[in-house]
Design a protein around this ligand. Structure first.
Ligand code: ATP
Ligand code: FE2
Length: 326
């Protein structure tokens, strides 16, 4: 069976095609960005509406399949921005009705975890999911994926993007902060905020801006912010591993493209005798393949949805999904 998956919870319109054997035949995307930064959901939704038809064609071309080969369509049902989710759902319903194939709505956070397991071979990991809007520590327990820790204010990527904007670096800020941090030399004082397995970043952002105003080198600020913020999320993940007795860490989300975060997570895993897992770069940020694969897992374990069940869910919680395929 071949499955097409549409991702569209936030900035990214992504289309992936996977086989029931877990081969990824296509994974294409287009990311909505603005010059000035700032996220306007309606503009992002308009971007997705513009891009999906071409992306779907492109994915079919890359995969070498024709529309008639598709047996299932999956889409990101939530959580995310209402306008983006609705646009994506409309595209998916159109495919389902035109091709007369079944449709399933997928939880975006669960999809990050499942594509990570597929690509790395991790079996029962603690996932550290770090992106623009999300910062969560998720793991399997008693039939569900549960959130054991999360940010109490803004997402870690959001914090990096805001800091980059303050420095005049543009969007997305994460990669530019990473570049700059390589030339950092001094560790500046910042608030370190971990409560149990939860973290918070607005204090770091405020303190970093204050350092900049007082004339600190931007390179030192970038370096210090990374050291503090990444140490915090890695500590939260480590606590979850200790608490749950799990021996694998899995990275997910766009911020996990960061080389320093990867290094810290790897070292933490080594020191506890655990294993470190990170999928290839194309599977870390939002992508269509993760939706297609998770849709397949759901469908093959008996999940069925009618078109009426495909209403989007902006606040779709990770632990609302019954994990029927494990
Ligand atoms: P969601 O939160 O729904 O997953 P998103 O659009 O934020 O949506 P991603 O594409 O996973 O999701 O991640 C984008 C984020 O990753 C941005 O905040 C960006 O700055 C950050 N990012 C990308 N590359 C790096 C990097 N090398 N280092 C740090 N952060 C990075
Ligand atoms: Fe995501």
């Amino acid at each position: 069976m071949y499955v097409i998956g549409l991702e569209g919870t936030a900035h990214t319109a992504g289309v992936g095609i996977v086989s029931s054997e877990g081969d990824v035949l296509a994974n294409v995307k287009s990311v909505y960005t603005t010059e000035v930064g700032g996220f306007r959901p309606r503009d992002a939704a308009a971007h997705h509406a513009r891009e999906f038809p071409g992306l779907i064609r492109q994915a079919l071309e890359v995969s070498g399949l024709s529309p008639g080969d598709l047996g299932l369509v999956a889409f990101s049902q939530g959580p995310g921005m209402g306008p983006c989710l609705r646009t994506t759902a409309v595209a998916a319903r159109t495919i389902a009705l035109a091709l007369r194939i079944p449709i399933v709505g997928v939880n975006h956070c669960v999809a990050h975890l499942e594509i990570g397991r597929l690509r790395t071979g991790a079996e029962d990991p603690v996932m550290l999911y770090v992106s623009g809007g999300n910062t969560q520590v998720i793991a399997y327990a008693a039939g569900r994926y549960r959130v054991f820790g999360e940010t109490l204010d803004i997402g870690i990527g959001n914090m990096l993007d805001k800091l980059a904007r303050e420095m005049g670096l543009g969007f997305p800020g994460g990669p530019r902060i990473m570049e700059m941090a390589r030339r950092g030399e001094r560790l500046l004082d910042l608030p370190y905020s971990v409560k149990g397995m939860d973290v918070a970043f607005s204090g770091i952002l405020t303190a970093a801006k204050a350092h900049l105003r007082r004339g600190a080198r931007p390179e030192d600020v970038a370096f210090s912010v990374q050291e503090y913020a990444f140490a915090m999320v890695v500590e939260a993940a480590e606590r979850a591993m200790a608490h749950l007795g799990k021996e694998e860490i899995l990275l997910a989300g766009g911020v996990a493209l960061n080389e320093r975060l990867q290094e810290m997570a790897r070292i933490m895993a080594e020191e506890r005798g655990a294993s470190y897992h990170c999928p290839e770069p194309e599977f870390l940020p939002d992508n269509g393949a993760m939706i297609a694969w998770t849709g397949y897992l759901m469908y093959s374990s008996g999940v069925r949805m009618r078109i009426e069940d495909t209403v989007v869910r902006q606040n779709f919680r990770t632990d609302e999904v019954e994990v029927t395929w494990r």
